[in-house]
Design a protein around this ligand. Sequence first.
Ligand code: AVJ
Length: 327
Amino acid sequence: MSTSNDFTYADHLPADFSDSALRADVRLGLTAPSKWLPPKWFYDKVGSELFEDITRLPEYYPTRTERAILTRHADEIVRVAGADTLIELGSGSSEKTRLLLDALTSRAPGGASYVALDVSEDALRSACAALVATYPTLRVGALRADFTHQLNLLPRGGARTVAFLGSTIGNFEPAERDQFLASLRAGLGERDTFLLGADLVKPAEILVPAYDDDAGVTAAFNLNVLDVLNHRLGADFDRAAFEHVAVWDEQNSWIEMHLRARRDVVVQLPDLGLQVEIMQGESIRTEISAKFRRDGLTDELTAAGFVERGWWTDEQQWFSLSLWAPA
Ligand code: AVJ
């Protein structure tokens, strides 16, 4: 644990975490019968910038809709939660979080804490440095950890709200979601709450363009994962051999993004000692982005041992923020 610039920083990931996890994921995904890559590898420097661009696209409604809900309801959310500590999973830039922190710091002056959890040291340090400058009375901590299997590391004490915003939960497969909710629930005490940002089911005519925009930004974001593999694993993917595809899977209630081969492709991944053959028309699934219904979410959270404390949405009911307590 070290202190710098008025926030504490604790690193719970091995220095080579990112490299060993990337290798394991790529080997698993590209040797599977139906090829896939986990979406977390989108977010190198270029990919993170492209995602920021996506959040400003006219077609991509989630970010601005969640922000609108927070703008309108953050005071009430913070009041109902009754927390003095906000812990954010996958905090990134902690930008929308400020709406909650404004409410938290005015409600608990001098007594509020914020803990950002992310795998990116750069993101943690720049977000937390900016926050301590804005909120002189807020205690700020940065935790470099992986929320998919390190929820046991969350700081204890006080009344905590664990926030998981941006519909990042949509990137989990249903089984991973269950596991995540169970392990989160296991660590919460009776004064704690869970604040979830979840995107809602809506017509395909709105969903699909959000993941296949006219300007091609989402396509560039999707294709960038090939550059990540080229740079970090010495692979030789030819971006031009792949096209971006986004489909709404009604049965599973999720958007799938794929990279589909325009021709037969042979890729060398020397760092893995691997050669991968991809046939024309075959695709690599790069992301699922699940969309939820209120009753489905309630069932899942109830099964995981939570009870609802609040539900906030926008006028069109496109996005939801919901607050849950241990049952
Ligand atoms: C950051 C995972 C919520 O699924 O909408 C945006 C990522 N992918 N456009 C989402 C994303 C393509 C985004 N999440």
